[in-house]
Design a protein around this ligand. Structure first.
Ligand SMILES: CC(C)(COP(=O)(O)OP(=O)(O)OC[C@H]1O[C@@H](n2cnc3c(N)ncnc32)[C@H](O)[C@@H]1OP(=O)(O)O)[C@@H](O)C(=O)NCCC(=O)NCCS
Length: 139
């Protein structure tokens, strides 16, 4: 049975393994050792883990900046894909964001990973005419 819950320290190794599988070409700044403590400092309740009998099989991070909610790091183990695990995490994070008053949720898909666009569309997300920009801050 799949359980969706907030991340706990006991999930670290499982999430690290999952990210290694799901985000193989990740930038060093996104490693679990860096990104998880940073996330736990801000809205830790918006970091979800999906577990199957205690084993981590999915994860999702989100944040609410007071204007928009942002979803990132959506990942499901290869062994558990196409079984509704990601859908369950998205439904739960949307519930939590809505409870905070968040009116709209955004997310970004790397153009090299456009294969997941139909997945998000199945969950009600639309491709919007935006140019995504970013800047690394020193520190
Ligand atoms: C994308 C990913 C999170 C989907 O997880 P999942 O648990 O298999 O998704 P679900 O089973 O909850 O699927 C939800 C819906 O999307 C559909 N779907 C899932 N993956 C899909 C795909 N690659 N293409 C088209 N539709 C897809 C499912 O059929 C389902 O539709 P339905 O409920 O109407 O039948 C998973 O494939 C993954 O971890 N990929 C690698 C990491 C990644 O790319 N993350 C996204 C970063 S932006």
């Amino acid at each position: 049975m799949i359980a969706i819950a907030s991340y706990t320290d006991a999930d670290f190794a499982g999430v690290e393994r999952l990210w290694g599988q799901a985000f193989a070409d990740d930038a060093p700044r996104n490693t679990a050792a860096l990104a998880i403590p940073q996330k736990l400092a801000y809205q830790p309740e918006l970091f979800l883990v999906a577990s199957d009998h205690g084993a981590v099989v999915g994860s999702l991070m989100a944040g609410y900046d007071g204007h928009r909610g942002w979803i990132s790091r959506v990942a499901v183990s290869v062994s558990h894909r196409r079984q509704g695990v990601a859908r369950a995490m998205i439904v739960e994070i949307e519930r939590r964001l809505a409870a905070l008053g968040c009116p709209k949720v955004n997310l970004q898909v790397n153009t090299a990973n456009a294969v997941v666009v139909p997945f998000y569309q199945r969950l009600g997300y639309a491709v919007e005419p935006r140019i995504s920009m970013g800047k690394l801050l020193a520190g």
